[in-house]
Write a protein that binds this ligand. Structure first.
Ligand SMILES: [Zn+2]
Length: 125
């Protein structure tokens, strides 16, 4: 049976250690019985090997709506998280994802405050 890549979904030959398309590491399940493999494919991948969310759309939206330097920082953290994940440094990817989220929450709050201040100060009158 083919091994399906969890990153890009490509079918790889049995026994492959990494994906031929994206070079992500593949689950080594050739020693498991077939029903185990079936279960494995049907269930989500182990938590550690899922790319943590990097909130890129949120970061980009904030960058363009609020011109917030914090949002740019969030994009940088998000990219660092993505790169760490690609290097299989899952712990760092998690940490960077968390940093991204915190920075985004702050920049969203500050962005809102900025708009409210601008609105209240009568800039749009
Ligand atoms: Zn792949």
């Amino acid at each position: 049976m083919k091994i399906f890549c969890q990153e890009c979904g490509a079918a790889n030959d049995p026994g492959s250690k990494e994906c031929r398309i994206c070079h992500a590491s593949l689950p080594r399940n050739d020693s498991k019985p077939d029903y185990g493999k079936f279960n494995f494919e049907a269930s989500p991948a182990p938590v550690k090997e899922i790319q943590p969310p990097i909130y890129l759309l949120w970061s980009l939206a904030l960058t363009f709506c609020c011109c917030s330097p914090l949002a740019i920082l969030a994009i940088i953290f998000g990219l660092q998280s993505h790169l760490a994940f690609k290097n299989k440094d899952y712990e760092r990817a998690e940490r960077k994802s968390e940093s991204t989220r915190i920075v985004l929450i702050w920049s969203t709050v500050l962005g809102f405050v900025m708009w409210i201040v601008l609105f209240v100060s009568g800039v749009f009158d």
